[in-house]
Write a protein that binds this ligand. Sequence first.
Ligand code: NAP
Length: 275
Amino acid sequence: MTQSKKTGVIGFPVDHSISPIIHNHWIKENNIDAVNYEKINIDPEHFEKEVCALIESGISGLNVTVPLKELAFSFAKELTDVSKQTGAVNTLTFKKGTVCGDNTDVIGFQRSLDQKVVDHNIHNKNCLVLGAGGAARAVVCAIHNLGGRVYICNRTLEKAEQIQRFLQTESEVVDQKDLGDVVGEMQFIVNTTSLGLGNTNNTMINFTKVDQGAFVYDLIYNPKLTNFLSDAQKRNIQYQNGIKMLVEQAAESFNIWHNVLPKNSDLLMNKLEGL
Ligand code: NAP
């Protein structure tokens, strides 16, 4: 008899994650033979030991969130090209005695974008990425795949230079003190920093200098309207938050584990909007 699949998300802390709502919705909707998708706290200091215990318990797939994506990258025995390209893993699959690492944030970000935004604001356009953490790596790769010219700006300049070297895609690093001089030339501006979570305001961009035809994106989805997006809104600049990316990266992980690419339905989006 085959065992029902066990999947979940690991992080530290992971309590804030809404991935279980998304995955459990699709497990039910698609009649997948799987038990409840769960949140599991994993202490980064004991990553290997704790993940090995989960493998022993029969887990077949794990999503990986902050701050474990680089540890998951080192832990995986087989890596997809995209995870090698980003140096981060957000999806682990355990099968036939091996551990496969993938990164679905890249495709998740790409699929979250409206084609009009890709055509008008990204392809052959100047795109500014704020931040240089794990999420920035995925966003830089996605923009590069979509034909955008990437500019990276981060509080810690060296980290921006580090990802520029690591990713080996064409990009320029902007010193934060020069941001005001270049921001008017950007057609796509993405916040990948954690500024805007909780009560921290993101004041990196002076929106009075931003072109009104630009498109502004914040990876944060809670709160739905960060002060970053609210500043864009006040100037009638188009914007979106990170909820669609969260759903799209989850859909690709679901596809890897269950061989079904689930639909991003209004029912699910309403469930998430209502949280
Ligand atoms: P991370 O690796 O910890 O990177 C955090 C980034 O934020 C770094 O660039 C850091 O700059 C910057 N930062 C933090 N505090 C700052 C401050 N006070 N001032 C200026 N910069 C600051 O985190 P991550 O994995 O990249 O995630 C970043 C955000 O993206 C999180 O809010 C996460 O929830 C979100 N995210 C969303 C999705 C989605 O599906 N929507 C997917 C992935 C991530 P330094 O280098 O100077 O420290």
